[in-house]
Design a protein around this ligand. Structure first.
Ligand code: MLT
Length: 403
């Protein structure tokens, strides 16, 4: 009989957001007619920017003629997009990243999950705790790690959500800032400590900055490459999902700098950029031409303005939620440089119990913090990605909360 990949059996039985969705559906089935305000999974609700829609229409039109039809594109991504990203997201901030160091994909979830393909299974891994579940699950799936041999770096109100440097000499360190799920950030000096640590210890930082567009404070770095020397120790993941509402359209990118080198089994230095290029050309045929043209429009002058106004809309939601939660007597974190608000449960209640209370008393769906790791126990996460009206309504419902 053929064998399965046993590593899958070591995973939590359910992916967090599927488990939350099932709970909400069960509640709705037994309470028909109740309107749930969904603040669980971080999915956007505003429509795509008009500049993006025009680019999509144009790209569709191109497919109607042999002269402009586009089949397979370069696996690394179309040059028009990698060049726009290099110019607007990096060079405009004084960061020397070139188009050749950028790889377009269908999502940061895929890339943060797939990047392990080019890294040894013997590498030791460190993760913040709580953490976006994909980093943990994909390391378990590949057999690189089990929950018992990953170094977990707690981030709670006690350390102001700033993880301590690892002690177990990890080779791969996942950092996500602005952070999912806590909505908190590292400032430049704090991030520099990580880059310096990685340089000193020969570690690789896998830096997920999917929420970069939500940064409002000056001292919060938009890219890890703002820190000197980071191109030698870090891969950066970015996405158009939260920045420009592409959760359905799908487009993201990963930066693998030329300066980044790992070691092979006999101690020779190998370019990670070349390995990722090789991996992508074998396993991936590129993000669709349509979504890449749409992403390019994000960088047009009108696209930039339209996208900024949507992000400001979500940030206003975050402020409304933060204030409402505080008024309801709860301790809240995040929501200033991120679309996520991390809420301490009252009276030491566990995350799932407070999830149930919010669902039953307020008809608000959140994500239980413990689903992101043991240090998330005693917290829940709310997202600001809904409508402004729903946020106002949620605050009204929260004011009636009986704890
Ligand atoms: C979240 O809710 O954490 C995100 O939407 C999940 C994702 O981006 O895959």
């Amino acid at each position: 009989m053929f064998k399965i990949n046993d590593n899958f059996l070591a995973l939590n039985q359910n992916y967090l957001f599927s488990q939350v969705a099932r709970k909400i559906n069960a509640y709705m089935n037994s309470n028909p007619g109740v309107r749930i305000i969904r603040m669980g999974i971080g999915d956007v609700s505003r429509p795509l920017a008009p500049a993006v829609i025009s680019a999509l229409h144009e790209a569709v039109e191109e497919q109607t003629s042999c002269d402009t039809f586009c089949g397979y594109g370069p696996e690394q991504g179309h040059r028009f997009l990698t060049e726009a990203i290099a110019a607007h997201d990096y060079q405009a901030r004084g960061i020397q990243i070139s188009a050749d160091e950028i790889f377009i994909s269908d999502g940061a979830k895929s890339d943060t999950g797939n990047i392990g393909d080019i890294l040894s299974l013997t590498n030791k891994v460190a993760l913040t705790n709580p953490v976006y579940p994909v980093y943990l699950d994909t390391n378990i799936m590949s057999g690189r790690a089990s929950i018992d041999n990953i170094e977990l770096l707690p981030c709670t109100a006690d350390n102001n959500f700033v993880p301590s440097l690892p002690t177990g000499n990890p080779d791969m360190i996942y950092l996500c800032y602005p952070n999912n799920p806590t909505g908190t950030t590292l400032n430049r000096d704090q991030l520099k400590e990580w880059v310096d640590y990685a340089k000193a210890h020969g570690a690789l930082i896998l830096f997920d900055s999917a929420y970069e567009a939500f940064i409002t404070e000056d001292d919060v770095p938009h890219s890890i490459y703002e820190i000197e020397g980071a191109t030698e120790v870090a891969i950066e993941f970015r996405s158009f999902s939260k920045t420009a509402g592409f959760t359905g359209l799908r487009c993201a990118y990963t930066v693998v700098p030329m300066a980044l080198k790992g070691e092979n089994a006999i101690g020779e230095s190998v370019s990670l950029n070349a390995l990722w290029q090789r991996r992508q050309s074998t396993k991936f045929n590129g993000a669709s031409y349509l979504s890449q043209r749409a992403a390019e429009a994000v960088y047009s002058p009108e696209g930039k303005k339209q996208i900024r106004s949507t992000i400001d809309y979500y940030l206003r939601n975050a402020t409304v939620l933060r204030e409402g939660l505080k008024k309801a007597g709860l301790n809240v974190y995040g929501g200033v440089n991120a679309p996520y608000i991390w809420v301490k449960t009252p009276d030491g209640m566990d995350s799932w119990s407070f999830f149930d209370i919010l669902l039953e008393q307020c008809n608000i769906a959140c994500t239980p913090g413990v689903g992101f790791g043991s240090a998330g126990e005693g917290y829940v996460r709310l997202t600001a990605f809904g409508s402004y009206e729903d946020c106002l309504q949620a605050v009204e419902r929260l004011s009636l909360l009986k704890m």
